[in-house]
Write a protein that binds this ligand. Sequence first.
Ligand code: PAF
Length: 282
Amino acid sequence: MKTVKTIEEVRRQVKEWKAQGLTVGLVPTMGYLHEGHASLIDASHRDNDRTVVSDFVNPMQFGPTEDLDSYPRDMERDAALVEAHGGDLIFAPEPEEMYHDGFSSFVDMTVLTEELCGLSRPVHFRGVCTVVSKLFNIVQPDRAYFGKKDAQQLAVIRHMVDDLNMDIELVGCPIVREADGLAKSSRNTYLSPEERKAALVLSKAIFRGMELVRGGEKDSAAVTGAMKALIEAEPLARIDYVKLVDAATMQQIPTIDRPALCAIAVYIGKTRLIDNFFTEDV
Ligand code: PAF
């Protein structure tokens, strides 16, 4: 397993593999890897001959008041995790390698991005689409792996791949949770011990929502209302959104009469965490 920092090195390695007839999986990450990322690397290792993990905190997807500077980084730990899970190459470029002086081309999307995280993070998906397109062009993988915790991101990337005829199979992998239910996230490291306890309110709300849907509740407001009441009872929590949307369009629906996504974003202190469930999976 090796780590490279330049586009040229990745291209050279991938070309060599492809010349040998090997398939390549890509796991795009922003580093500070945890078991959620490990499950993506495992899936890629299972499906492909070689796995590339990109490890790049993409400045373009952070808003001006967001946590770009404090985003956790630990390359040594990341390298050990990638190796342990069968990854073959880490691509860890500096920002200048990805965005040279005068960089001025972007991939933007006019649907799917106006709801949920797109509302409170207006530049986020343009940054995600641009960097993921670049990574796809650089690595040219057969398959790429994304976590379902970022459900809107996965829907946006699927749409982009379809719109732009990218010849890549996308694989969405299930949310990985801590033993007590909290969805794994690099941002969990921001939480103080007291906040960590309070953060459990997200998964509790998700499990409550799932229980209601499983019991046959079709009224979106009844589901989100019960979830909001639970979150609002936690003094350290502040709701960004708790919504039920059409899983295909990301538009809010009053009644659960089609495959839907229930997604939440909640601030615990200053840390914004997300979680979700698909009604089809309950
Ligand atoms: O999900 C993430 O970690 C990032 O949004 C991604 C897909 C690696 C793009 O920077």
